[in-house]
Design a protein around this ligand. Sequence first.
Ligand code: SF4
Length: 287
Amino acid sequence: MKVFQKGFNYSQDGPGNRLVFHLQGCNMRCPWCANPEGFERDGVLMTDERWLSPQLCPHGAAEGTGLNRALCKDCTGKECISHKSKGIYASCQDLAPKDVIEEALSAQMMYYDGGGVTFTGGECTLQFDELQTVLQTLKERGIHTAIESNGTHPGLQKLFPFVDCLILDCKLIDGEKHREILGISNELILRNIRRAAETHPCVHVRVPLVGGVNNGEKEIKELLAFFRSLPRDHTSFEVLKYHEYGKNKWRQCGLDYKMDEKAKVTAEEVRAFWQRIKDAGLQYRRT
Ligand code: SF4
């Protein structure tokens, strides 16, 4: 499995203290993404200009403050990685599913307060078969499992028996706008959220609130109408405030961060949205 980040967090991606694996590859391109190093399925070369030096590349791609990525594209040697330098490094590492399982099992003592293991991304379901294997084994071994997904995989339902907590993102209801901003249709996402709410015992739907994208009255009304139409017994909701924590990583991946001041939302806007969710009789849960 290709993993670009792993570590513990408390209650952010499922209940309790959790070991969180970020799997490489995503089929969406949210322009505000906090983990752009997770976009490409095969990973990306990342740079840190404080440590970048021409000696790291025998082909002359490491010049100035960045990489000449046109040269890197056809480079088969990838000698830069062998230096294990902070100047140029690969975004992800390869781990066999059995290694992921072993690591997750060996950390069991850490899963306090109802914690366990979460797979996120990128989009974790792009590595579907391996993900299924790992989830199934962990579940059989009594570990609490969670995934955080954009909900686009047509076979998402197959994972339900092996996932204790299902976290799904929901950004926009307007299909055209969704495709225009995120580069992909939301039809399957909305169907998967509905299916999850109907059949899964623990679903948490998250909305990242982004200025100019989904903080308008029309967009919020559409989201609320969709949420209200879902079975509500086992489904909770959360609104996340747009942030720029990943901005620097865009540059490190050789990408342009295009969000600007207009994307910022106020704490009051976020509060007003979650109050409307509560007023609609839906469960609001902060993570
Ligand atoms: S991928 Fe190849 S061309 Fe690019 S920095 Fe590494 S060694 Fe140089």
